[in-house]
Structures are given as structure tokens and as C-alpha cells.
Design a protein around this ligand. Structure first.
Ligand SMILES: [Zn+2]
Length: 325
């Protein structure tokens, strides 16, 4: 692994070969009463309800998450500007997303050390960077359909300043989430190089059919690009249906030597136009945890949940994966 990956390696080793990522962030904010019907989605809480953000982080730590993903998924500088905030205010909010997670991690860890409880590891903080489609808030993070005007340079420019601000805020990792196509994967890999980022990163794709990335492109095409990058330490899948994950892991295992991360959603489907979740969960808490064990056996090292998963989901997978190992 690249530089400064030591803390992650140590964590994985201490847990016997696994690290548990937290669960749905926006989902849990809503469960605590936050109103996130906004173009900034969960990131609107950085402005209105930072205490709820911290509470969600603490709930996932208590549940046994080893990696907290920050509230910055849909937090972007243009998004904040269009809310009437200044550039400086927008950058402070991005910093705050990392700060809130670091503070939650540090205060929880102090508590654990004082209690002598051996069941927890000191968690790591992964700064979330949602895809360009997440910023557009039109569902294109699940189609990769960015229109004819978008190109590699524009995607890099879109991501550059947020990336710099988040890295400067001192997270342990970067989590690129719900990447829908090869072009954006390539833009991110190039940007990590250009910015000479020193902390480890994961790049996770979603998949609508269990076989391709959301755009319909082959995983192989995307992995060919990422395999060339030393800055991308981990690749994987987030916010896809749990029923697809086993096959996707088997496919990815053949395509890369990098660590694999999987954190699927609950199996419900997000209707990006109607902005609501459709259908019932395909699997209850119990089967999610049984599946998670299988994902680990198939070669995933970082495992957690995305939208509609909860601290209960994370508690059961944390217990099962860590006791088994
Ligand atoms: Zn999700």
C-alpha cells in the first residue's frame, strides 16, 4: 500500500483481516429527525444540524464501525455557493465535516480507553467525496450520464478544490463514493497524483445490474485505469443491491490485487427523479450479516452498509465478522 497506509493496515490486522465501515449516513440523520430534502442532501446538516452529524458518527462507533465516512458526500463548493454562502464559508463547512468525525472518533476512543473495553479499535475517518452526479442531484450517480459537455478536465476541476480542503482537514482516508463511469474514475486517479495526496483512498462504484458499473461500462475498463494508480489503495462497490455483491467481488478479485471494499444499500432502489426509495428491503438485518460473512470469504476486506442500512446492520456485521476472524 502507499504511504500513510499504516494505520489502516494495522486496523485490519488487529481485527483479523477485516475492517467494518459504518452504515447509511443520510438514512440515520433522517432517523434522528433531520430534514434533508435539499439539493445538498445530508450535507445541509453541516449548516443546520452539526450536532446530529456527530450523533450519527457516535451511534456507528458504538455499533462497532472501524471506519467513519464523513458527511461531505454531497457537500460541494458550488453547492454551497448556490445556497448563497461565500467560498470561505463553503470551505469551512467542508473542513467541519472532517472535524466532526475526528471529534466523535476521539471522544469515543477516550471513553473506550477509560472503560478498558477491548471490543473496539480506534476508528479511522474517511472523508467522503461523492461523484459529480451526486452534486447534480439528478440521479446521474446511478447512470453515469453526464451529458456531452463533460470531459476529463472538467471532472478534475470539479473535484480539485474540495479534495484539497478535505485532505488539509486531516482525515485518515479518502472515500470516493458511487462513481458511475470510467471517465470519473480516471479523473480521480489523475487528480490524486497531481495533488500528490499522501493518505490512502478508496474508489467505489455502484452497479445497477450486478455486472457493470452504473454507466453500463465494464468493470475491467475501469479497473485497468485504477490498477495503474498507486494512490488508489482500495476499490469496491457502494450503494448497490446486496444481492449483486458476491458476484461483483468475484469479478473484481480477478481484475485487481488491491484491497476490496463493499458497502451495499439495503436492496431498496432509489428513484433519482422522484427522489424516493422504491420497494421493500430484499433482505432483513439477519441476511445482510450472513451475506457480509460470505463477502468476506470471497475476498472483501472492508465491509459496511450504504443507504437504508442502520447502526443495527453495522452492529450485527461487526459482531459476526470480528468474532469469526
Ligand atoms: Zn448509498
Amino acid at each position: 500500500m502507499g504511504s500513510r497506509a499504516g494505520a489502516l493496515e494495522e486496523l485490519i490486522q488487529r481485527n483479523g483481516g477485516v475492517a467494518v465501515i459504518d452504515g447509511g449516513f443520510a438514512t440515520q440523520l433522517e432517523a434522528l429527525g433531520a430534514d434533508i430534502k435539499d439539493p445538498l442532501w445530508s450535507a445541509v446538516c453541516l449548516i443546520r444540524d452539526p450536532h446530529l452529524i456527530k450523533q450519527v458518527h457516535i451511534q456507528y462507533l458504538e455499533a462497532g464501525a472501524d471506519i467513519l465516512v464523513t458527511s461531505s458526500y454531497q457537500a460541494t463548493i458550488p453547492g454551497f455557493l448556490s445556497k448563497g454562502l461565500s467560498l470561505e464559508q463553503g470551505e469551512l463547512l467542508l473542513q467541519k465535516s472532517v472535524k466532526l468525525a475526528l471529534e466523535a472518533r476521539d471522544s469515543f476512543w477516550r471513553l473506550i480507553q477509560n472503560s478498558g473495553d477491548n471490543n473496539y479499535s480506534r476508528a479511522l475517518v474517511a472523508a467522503s467525496i461523492g461523484s459529480y452526479g451526486a452534486y447534480l442531484a439528478d440521479g446521474s450517480e446511478y447512470s453515469g450520464d453526464y451529458g456531452p459537455d463533460i470531459n476529463l478536465e472538467k471532472l478534475k476541476d470539479f473535484h480539485r478544490r474540495r479534495l484539497q480542503v478535505l485532505v488539509d482537514a486531516g482525515p485518515d482516508l479518502l472515500a470516493f463514493e458511487t462513481i458511475p463511469n470510467k471517465l470519473e474514475a480516471q479523473a480521480l486517479a489523475e487528480l490524486l497524483d497531481e495533488e500528490n495526496v499522501q493518505i490512502p483512498s478508496w474508489i467505489c462504484f455502484s452497479s445497477m445490474d450486478g455486472e457493470h458499473v452504473s454507466s453500463g461500462e465494464e468493470f475491467k475498463e475501469c479497473l485497468d485505469v485504477l490498477n495503474k494508480s498507486e494512490k488508489v489503495n482500495i476499490v469496491g462497490i457502494n450503494c448497490a443491491s446486496p444481492q449483486f455483491i458476491e458476484n461483483l467481488i468475484l469479478q473484481l478479485r480477478k481484475l485487481t490485487k488491491k484491497l476490496l471494499a463493499v458497502y451495499p444499500n439495503s436492496g431498496e432502489v432509489w428513484d433519482g427523479r422522484a427522489k424516493k426509495w422504491l420497494g421493500l428491503e430484499c433482505c432483513g438485518e439477519k441476511s445482510f450479516e450472513v451475506l457480509a460473512k460470505r463477502w468476506h470469504e470471497c475476498g472483501a476486506t472492508l465491509i459496511g452498509g450504504c443507504c437504508r442500512t442502520t447502526p443495527r446492520t453495522i452492529r450485527s456485521i461487526s459482531q459476526l465478522l470480528k468474532n469469526a476472524s
